[in-house]
Design a protein around this ligand. Structure first.
Ligand SMILES: N[C@@H](CCC(=O)N[C@@H](CS)C(=O)NCC(=O)O)C(=O)O
Length: 247
C-alpha cells in the first residue's frame, strides 16, 4: 500500500480538525502524524524547519515547495487549489476571508485562553477566568447573531469560514454555556455536523490521536507542562481532564 503524499501534522485540537474537515470535504488523501507537544517535539529542529513557530497544524503537500503552516493559510491554499469553499474574487471572497479572519484573530485565540484559564481551580485565577469568559461569551453571541438570518457565516454556501469556525464553536459545552441561549449557532452546528466530511474528519483526528495524546499527557513531567503552557511561575494544581474532552 503506498502512503498518501499529503501529511497533516497535528494533535486532537480544533485548528487541526478544521484542516482535516477541508481535506475530507475535498476528498483528498492524507496521512495524519501525531506531534508530541507535551514532550516538546514541536521545538525539535526537524519540526521547526517545517514551522518556525512550533505549532500544529502543518500540512506537507507535494504541490507546494515547502510545508505550509497556520490553519487559515492552509484552508486558503486548499480552497484556491481546488476552487471550492472560497469565491474566486470580489465582495463574496472578501466576506468569506473576513469571517475566516474573525476566527483566526479572535475566536481561536480568545477561546483558547478561556480554555486554558478554566483548567485552574475556579478560585485560582478569577480575573483571567472572568475576562476570557466574558470575551468567549461575546464571541459565541456574535456568531449566533451573524447566523440569525443566514444559513452560513459568509455568502450563500458553506465556506472555509464555516469550516474554520465549527471546531471552535464546539467548545460551547466544554465552556459550560447554555446552548439554548445560542439557537442560531446551534442550528448551524447541527447542519455542519450532519456533513459526512465533518464526521469523517472528527473520527479520524480524534480516533488516531486519542491514544498518543493520552500517553503524551500522562508522561508529561511538571517541566514539560511548564514549557507547554508557557508558565513562568508555579500555579495551583490544575485539572487536565478537560484536555481530553474536546468534542
Ligand atoms: N494560529 C495557529 C495556531 C496554532 C496552535 O496554537 N496550535 C496549537 C495546537 S491547537 C499548538 O501547536 N500548540 C503547541 C504549542 O503551542 O507548543 C493556527 O491556526 O494554525
Amino acid at each position: 500500500m503506498t502512503e498518501p503524499a499529503r501529511i497533516l501534522y497535528g494533535v486532537a485540537s480544533p485548528n487541526v480538525v478544521k484542516v482535516a474537515i477541508m481535506l475530507e470535504e475535498l476528498g483528498l488523501d492524507y496521512a495524519l502524524r501525531y506531534v508530541a507537544v507535551f514532550q516538546g517535539e514541536q521545538f525539535s529542529p526537524e519540526f521547526q524547519a517545517m514551522n518556525p513557530l512550533g505549532k500544529v497544524p502543518v500540512l506537507v503537500d507535494p504541490a507546494l515547495p515547502a510545508p505550509i503552516f497556520e490553519s487559515g493559510a492552509i484552508l486558503i491554499w486548499l480552497a484556491e487549489q481546488h476552487r471550492r469553499f472560497l469565491p474566486e474574487h470580489g465582495p463574496a471572497r472578501i466576506e468569506v476571508l473576513q469571517w475566516l479572519m474573525v476566527q483566526m484573530a479572535a475566536i481561536g485565540p480568545m477561546l483558547g485562553q478561556y480554555t486554558h484559564f478554566r483548567l485552574l481551580p475556579e478560585s485560582g485565577e478569577t480575573y483571567a477566568r472572568g475576562r476570557y469568559g466574558a470575551i468567549a461569551e461575546g464571541l459565541y453571541r456574535a456568531i449566533d447573531r451573524r447566523l440569525e438570518a443566514r444559513e452560513w457565516l459568509a455568502g450563500e454556501d458553506c465556506s472555509i469560514a464555516d469550516i474554520a469556525t465549527l471546531p471552535w464553536a464546539e467548545y460551547i459545552d466544554r465552556h459550560e454555556f447554555d446552548r439554548a441561549q445560542f439557537p442560531h449557532m446551534e442550528r448551524w452546528r447541527t447542519a455542519m455536523n450532519a456533513r459526512p466530511a465533518v464526521a469523517r474528519a472528527k473520527a479520524r483526528v480524534f480516533g488516531e490521536f486519542a491514544s498518543p495524546s493520552q500517553s503524551s499527557i500522562a508522561a508529561a513531567t511538571p517541566d514539560d507542562l511548564d514549557r507547554f503552557f508557557s508558565r513562568t511561575e508555579k500555579v495551583p494544581e490544575q485539572d487536565y481532564s478537560g484536555v481530553k474532552r474536546m468534542r
